[in-house]
Design a protein. Sequence first.
Length: 156
Amino acid sequence: MAWLAVIMVVVFVSVVVLRYGFGLGFIWLQESAQYLHAAIFLLASAGVIVVDGHVRVDVLRTRFSPRAQRRLEVVGHLLLLLPFAAFLLWASIPYAVESWRIGETSVETSGLPFVYLLKTLIPVAALQLAAQALASAWLLGTGAQPLTPAHHDEGL
C-alpha cells in the first residue's frame, strides 16, 4: 500500500503545480488522485487490523485482566466488525454490479472511464474485513496472537 500512497502524493503535487503554477487543470488527473485515495483506504482497512493500528478507546480495557481483554477483542471482532463487514458486503454488491452493468464512467467529459472498477473495491474491502475479523478472532481466541498493550498518549 505504501507505494500507492507515494504515487498519490506525486499525483496531488502534480495537480497543484499544474493548476497554480501553470494554470492547467486536468479532470482525469484529479480523479486519479481521488481513485488512489479511495483504493488506499479500502484496501488497507483490513491490514490496519493486522498491525493493530485502528483507533481504540481503552477506557475500560486497561482495567481488565489480560484474559478478559482477549475475550473483549474476540467479541469485538465477531459482534462488531464481522456484522459491519457483512452489511457492507450486502449493501455494496448491488451497487458494484449495477456500475458494471451500465459500464459506469465519470460524470465529467474528460474524467476517468472506469468508475465500476473503483466501486468494485468496496465489496472487496468488505470481504477482506470479514476475513480479517474471523482470522483475528481465531488467533486471539486460541492465544496464537499476543494482545497489544494499551497505548497511552501522554499529551492527551
